[in-house]
Design a protein around this ligand. Structure first.
Ligand SMILES: [Zn+2]
Length: 457
């Protein structure tokens, strides 16, 4: 005899599954048991259960979660094929099944935007152009190219508000969790009446069905046909750039007919090309929200180190910044060098505490939050903080800026960390390098060009 689920169980399962695609073993035990019932399908016909790995018409195997090909050599000891591409989110093999539930329309909400701020005239113009294009419904994607500090997030409020008002589901995905952590509270404030959830690998709030989802791009793998509008921030950034699995995840997470909005301060060549060919509408905002120019980097030709400590020129710079009572970030090419920089700082300035943070630092989130809350004078870091993270009124120093690790795009992003606040003194950017490399030259040219076309102050 079939044991029917209770109404409460059905509600829990619906909350968990709507618009998602989960491995059977990720489901709650009672739902797993229900799916063992031979007649479950007649009780819940909307639920879709598929094999984890399927073969296409040409006989090639594909993972049904991340849609990447599975080579015949990717076998478990049992001989079953499994997917290596999305392994980090739990293994999908031929033994496994994926469960999904197509999404329905969300509740339409009147006036969802509770933000009391105001866009500048230029921001409003760009935001309206994006919204008009969205309402026209003739293109499947758009690109917003806005310099760092242009107030990108506020510019997407009108399009999000329009989608929510129309009962649509909206996802905002960013490649890295720092960026998600920063976006979430801002959206929470701006859309105070809307159900909102934050999803990333280090976030342990249980999933529930929300109309607005902020997630890392990896988390999109667990969605299927869920969003009417998917906004992808930092589209040029690792790990999203050039990653076909994450591109698949975005496509799969969109509803049929759903639309994308890409955001970037340094869009990849492929998207720039698409927009030149007229396939991708481009909205361009080269001016920062406070109207000031991007700070042009000051180049100091110097070694960063001399024997155990900083070179004289670097020490002189730090002493100057301390005397000016500045706070600043120091970017270094590799995380492995951070302890060396930390000791050099302690040697030179023993009375002033120093912090370091890198991608695998277990206290990464707490350290970034502390620095943002004005604790500490100087924070040594790697390119993990090059984008998406806003600190008020800071300067930026790059040591060994001529290192191959720093591309022109990295350098522009890093320089954009300075001078983000509208008040206070103008933030400065210093590139310390042995040589004036092509990347440094290109970065400086790009910044000057953006300042020129924006006509900033
Ligand atoms: Zn996969």
């Amino acid at each position: 005899m079939t044991i029917l689920p209770t109404i409460a169980q059905c509600q829990d399962w619906w909350q968990l599954l709507l618009g998602r695609q989960l491995l059977q073993q990720e489901l709650p035990e009672d739902l797993q048991e229900f799916l063992q019932e031979p007649t479950w399908h007649s009780w819940w016909p909307e639920l879709v259960v598929t094999n984890g790995i399927e073969q296409n018409n040409s006989g090639e195997w594909f993972c049904q979660r991340c849609l990447m090909p599975v080579a015949p050599s990717q076998q478990l000891a049992t001989g079953a094929l499994y997917c290596t591409a999305c392994l980090a989110l739990g293994r999908v093999s031929q033994h496994d099944q994926l469960v999904s539930l197509p999404v329905d329309q969300a509740m339409a909400s009147a006036n969802p935007l509770t933000w009391s701020g105001k866009l500048t005239a230029q921001q409003a113009q760009v935001a309206n152009a994006i919204l008009t294009q969205y309402c026209d419904n003739t293109v499947s994607a758009q690109l917003l190219w806005a310099v760092t500090g242009a107030g990108k997030t506020e510019m997407i409020f009108p399009i999000i508000a329009a989608a929510l008002q129309g009962g649509q589901r909206v996802g905002l995905a960013a490649p890295r969790l720092d960026v998600c952590n920063e976006l979430y509270p801002r959206l929470q404030q701006a859309f105070g009446k809307t159900s909102l959830i934050l999803l990333h690998g280090q976030q342990h709030q249980p999933y529930y069905q929300a109309q607005l989802v902020v997630a890392t791009t990896h988390q999109l793998i667990r969605f299927k046909q869920a969003f009417d509008l998917l906004i992808i921030d930092e589209v040029d950034s690792f790990p999203f750039a050039g990653n076909p699995m994450l591109a698949n995840a975005v496509n799969k997470a969109l509803k049929v007919g759903g639309r994308r909005l890409y955001l970037s301060a340094t869009p990849p060549a492929s998207l720039q090309r698409q927009s030149q060919q007229g396939k991708l509408p481009l909205h361009y905002l080269p001016r920062r929200f406070h109207g000031r120019n991007l700070p042009v980097p000051q180049i100091l030709i110097t070694a960063s180190f001399k024997k155990k400590g900083f070179s004289n020129r670097v020490q002189q710079l730090f002493r100057y910044l301390l005397a000016e009572k500045r706070r600043w970030l120091v970017f270094v090419p590799q995380a492995a060098q951070l302890p060396r920089y930390q000791s050099a700082w302690q040697l030179a300035f023993p009375q002033i505490a120093v912090a370091t943070v890198h991608a695998k630092d277990p206290q990464r989130l707490a350290k970034v939050a502390a620095f943002r809350a004005n604790h500490g004078t100087v924070l040594f870091t790697t390119t993990i903080l090059e984008r998406g993270v806003t600190f008020n009124n800071i300067d930026v120093v790059i040591l060994t800026a001529d290192h191959q690790q720093f591309t022109a795009s990295n350098l522009v992003q890093i320089a954009g960390r300075a001078d983000r606040a509208s008040g206070g003194p103008i933030g400065q950017v210093y590139f310390c390098c042995n040589f004036y490399t092509r990347a440094i030259q290109q970065a400086c040219q790009q910044i000057k060009h953006l300042n020129h076309v924006s006509g900033g102050l």
